[in-house]
Design a binder for this molecule. Structure first.
Ligand SMILES: Cc1ncc(COP(=O)(O)O)c(C=O)c1O
Length: 408
């Protein structure tokens, strides 16, 4: 009998080599020192070198006409909502399985987030649930390319068009992902990205919005610079806040972005290895393969666990055993967004005009989301940067736990 590591046995994944994250490369030091020594640290004083360059390189990489760098991925969504014309009390559809920012941004801008279900085979917003939830008060959708897996825009765009909605792609996880050869972020009115430390382009903090629409880009630029064009002195044409990215961050992010294409290739290669091995394990469900996805970025890599096929241990017990074997896996978010206290009627009510219709979220049950909550196994994108074939230590550890599940 092989002893599970959780019971004191040897680790099955001791050879899994995951690089540290984030990485301070020579180029990062060079670019940041250049910015530091230039003594131009803010884009609106003496002009921007690094933030301009970062915007250009990011837009190029994402086939976007315009990019406006901002201080994080949360305000990127807020800015996109504002520039898309969201008004107080407007209803916006959002997936109920995502990081809170996708939905809290709507509420913080005075809108009402309405939660829709997600597809457990992709972790993305379910177009059927979108159709069911549209009302005459719905003005837009904020969808997420969850984990970097692109949303089905073939299904979503006709709905957007039919109902005259705005569509924001929260691509916080999806730097480099493409659908039918087009990078994500420009299918909708805006794409928004995050460069927080755990993301695949890491700047500590940082964000960007991209768009192909010139008018929206101008509006977004005004919004990001406290209501005035960059370089326009003290004449402010709208009320807004300051969302600007500092020059030092622009320099760091330019260096980090330049290594993304090679890293994404490696992640894709490792994902192929991983999927091939995981598909052999009964009770592990990988995400749906879709050949319309022509390039992949990643923030996390998800699959699902079937406790019955593993002889009974709960997902959480299985995860404990897997972690003990040396696999840094987690269960993802602990709560569907509709169960978050932040989305109670009282909280939402405090952000919208009196008389706005507010749903009672705690009574919601969305089966796709709840299925994911019970079965999700999540790896970081850094696991997909594992050296050589050491990624195969992950399925090996899963198989070991499965064979010895009676020890749990
Ligand atoms: C899906 C999603 N949207 C938005 C954000 C917000 O990004 P930031 O942390 O840069 O504000 C995150 C951050 O984790 C995210 O996962």
């Amino acid at each position: 009998m092989t002893k599970l590591a959780i019971n004191g046995g040897p680790k099955a994944a001791s050879d899994l080599e995951i690089p540290r994250w984030p990485q301070c490369t020579e180029k990062s030091k060079e670019y940041v020192m250049d910015s530091l020594e230039s003594e131009k640290w803010c884009r609106i004083i003496d002009g921007a070198d690094w933030v301009d360059r970062f915007e250009e390189e990011f837009a190029d990489l994402h086939d976007a006409e315009h990019a406006i760098a901002v201080s994080n991925g949360t305000v990127a969504i807020e800015l996109a909502l504002r520039a898309s014309g969201l008004e107080p009390g407007d209803e916006v559809l959002v997936p109920a399985y995502t990081f809170i920012a996708t939905a809290s941004a709507v509420a913080c801008m005075g809108g009402v987030p309405k939660f829709v279900d997600v597809d457990p085979d992709t972790f993305n917003i379910d177009p059927e649930s979108v159709r069911e939830n549209i009302t005459e008060d719905t003005v837009g959708i904020v969808g997420v390319h969850f984990g970097g897996y692109p949303m089905d825009v073939d299904e979503l765009l006709p709905i957007v068009e039919e109902h005259g909605l705005f569509f924001i792609e929260d691509a916080a996880h999806a730097q480099g992902s493409a659908w039918r050869g087009q990078k994500v972020g420009t299918f909708g009115d805006f794409g928004t990205f995050s460069f927080q430390q755990s993301k695949s382009v890491a700047g500590g903090e940082g964000g960007i919005v991209v768009t192909d629409d010139e008018v929206l880009a101008e509006e977004a630029s005004l919004v990001h610079n406290i209501g005035r064009p960059v370089g326009a002195g003290y004449k402010h044409t709208m009320l807004s806040s300051n969302y600007r990215l500092p020059e030092l961050q622009g320099a760091l992010l330019t260096a980090q972005l330049e290594k993304l294409p090679a890293e994404n290739e490696r992640r894709q290669e490792n994902e192929r290895r991983l999927v091939e091995a995981l598909e052999e394990i009964e009770g592990i469900h990988t995400l749906r393969e879709d050949d319309r996805i022509t390039d992949r970025g990643y923030c996390v890599y998800n699959f699902r666990y079937d406790a019955e096929a593993f002889g009974g241990p709960s997902r959480d017990r299985f995860l404990e055993a897997l972690r003990a074997e040396g696999v840094p896996a987690s269960s993802g978010y602990g709560l569907p967004l509709y169960k978050q206290p932040a989305f109670s009627r009282a909280q939402l009510g405090s952000m919208v005009p009196p008389g706005t219709d507010i749903p009672v979220n705690r009574h919601l049950h969305l089966p796709g989301v709840e299925e994911i909550m019970e079965t999700n196994i999540r790896l970081s994108h850094t696991a997909l940067l594992a050296e050589d074939e050491s990624i195969l230590a992950i399925p090996r550890a899963i198989e070991k736990v499965k064979r010895n599940a009676d020890q749990l």
